[in-house]
Write a protein that binds this ligand. Structure first.
Ligand code: NAG
Ligand code: NAG
Length: 462
């Protein structure tokens, strides 16, 4: 021990002082050990319920076993329920809002939190936009729930070009299901392979234009629009009487290097009526072109018309691998479209959108920063950063670089960017339900091998 190196204090005096300190320290430490048992000696007792679910004794309520099964919880370490009252505010609100109260109040039912949200958009008329999708009958069937969120009861039409359905029953079944969800679905069967069927959508949409049609949009079956009112407003910014080719490019430069500067299909490819008319004339020539899919659409437009791509940065292909949380938690204006949410990374968009039943589409991905440092991104996550956020507008680069991408490869679409926070504590949305009484309940879960922690948010209107 280095104690008297300076020599300013006499050694004997120092030793006495040291001895006194050591005695006091030992006495205090001894008592402390007796009185405050460490976590290791007394791990939180767990009780096992029937159905093999282990519940920590820290959990003060008796959670519903069916619900725990639904949330895929085997071991429950903690369960907190918080009630949220939404207050509709007619004034413009920033996406990111600060709230003085803590998110984690007392356990069980603390006092409700009141959060401000914008007055939701009125139901929208999208009868001037037609959508086209190339898929199979079973994938179409699976996609209806997500289509319902943006297309249901908006008077838009979806044209699906599917592989021949051998059973014949499937098409009928899917049509009935769509009708019950308020989706105007038109199904055409085609023996072409996928990428040829994709380009054939151009002709299908052109042939089916009706008087009010201003836009055609070609999507993938996992293209998700967060808000039809927002999409209608966005398209209104363009002159639909002029030829327009509108879309989003990949967020990663290597993908652009491979596929070119084209409207990437997953983000949605928008063609104005005049451009559709132009393409109808050259359709047969374009069918002979080398590339297929979204590249054939691009090359057909570039080679046979004078129209160029208009990039709308709110349309997202989302070429982000594994973890796209930085994108969703950026606290920026919500994207118009997202893609790859059930393949390259996981984000259950239909579940994320359930909260819109209570507070409208404009409430999705809104962000509240609470007094205790926790951040709620509505429908996506509840997080706490371990590092200070120096640049509030920078997006956390949580994804894995793809195809040799560097940090700079993502700047053109997603910048400003900041490094990943590896110590971020993150509760992810796992489920959400709309209840008959108008409430919406969301479950955010932090998975851990020692037991999952659950935050239940129960939302209602004021
Ligand atoms: C509980 O787990 C045991 C063995 O792990 C298994 O045999 C049993 O079927 C499980 N019971 C239930 C209700 O899941
Ligand atoms: C459509 O999905 C439902 C489940 O949501 C399933 O029961 C039905 O068999 C599916 N139909 C087709 C044609 O794939």
């Amino acid at each position: 021990m280095v104690f008297n190196r300076e020599g300013a204090i006499p050694a004997s005096w120092a030793w006495k002082r040291m001895l006194r300190f050591v005695v006091i320290f030992l006495a205090v430490a001894g008592f402390a050990t007796l009185l405050w048992p460490s976590h290791k000696q007394h791990a939180t007792p767990m009780r096992t319920q029937s159905n093999n679910i282990t519940i920590s004794s820290k959990v003060q309520c008796d959670p519903d076993v069916d619900m725990l099964h639904r949330l895929n919880i085997k071991k429950l370490a903690d369960y907190t329920r918080r009630e949220i009252v939404v207050d509709f505010n007619p004034n413009p609100l920033a996406v990111k809002q600060k709230v003085d109260q803590p998110l984690w109040g007392t356990k069980l039912m603390g006092p409700p939190l009141t959060l401000q949200v914008p007055v939701p958009p009125k139901s929208t008329d999208a009868s001037h936009i037609d959508f086209g999708v190339a898929t199979t009958v079973s994938r179409l069937n699976e996609s209806l729930d997500q289509f319902q969120h943006w297309a249901g009861y908006t008077r838009t039409r979806i044209f699906a070009l599917i592989e021949p359905d051998e059973t014949k029953k499937g098409v009928q079944e899917v049509k009935i299901k769509a009708e019950n969800l308020g989706i105007n679905l038109f199904i055409t069967e085609s023996a072409d392979d996928y990428l040829h069927r994709y380009f054939a959508l151009v002709s299908l949409l052109e042939k089916n234009m009706r008087e009010q049609t201003k836009w055609a949009c070609i999507i993938d079956d996992d293209t998700f629009f967060l808000s039809m009112p927002a999409l209608v407003d966005a398209l209104a910014e363009y002159d639909h009487t002029k030829p327009y080719y509108i879309g989003g490019v990949s967020e990663g430069l290597p993908q652009i290097a491979v596929f070119g500067i084209i409207a990437f299909g997953g983000a949605g490819v928008f063609l104005s009526r005049p451009l559709l008319n132009d393409l109808a004339v050259v359709y047969d020539d374009c069918q002979q072109m080398t590339f297929t899919g979204d590249r054939r659409i691009a090359n057909c437009i570039y080679q046979y018309t004078t129209t160029h791509l208009t990039i709308d940065h709110r349309l997202h292909q989302l070429d982000l691998m594994k973890d796209a949380s930085g994108f969703f938690e950026s606290g920026r204006e919500a994207p118009l479209s997202v893609h790859h949410w059930k393949s390259w990374f996981e984000a259950d968009m239909p579940k994320l959108s359930v909260i819109s039943n209570l507070c409208g589409e404009s409430c999705l991905l809104r962000q509240w920063h609470f007094g205790d440092g926790w951040v709620l991104t509505n429908g996506f996550s509840v997080i706490k950063y371990s590092l200070p956020v120096e640049n509030e507008i920078a997006m956390e680069m949580t994804w894995e670089p793809h195809n040799g991408a560097t940090d700079e490869s993502y700047l053109h679409e997603l910048g400003p960017l900041r490094q990943r926070d590896d110590g971020k504590i993150s509760f992810q949305l796992v489920d959400a339900v709309s209840e008959p009484n108008g409430r919406v309940t969301q479950w955010y879960i932090l998975r851990d091998k020692d037991g999952d922690q659950v935050l239940e948010l129960s939302w209602r209107k004021r």
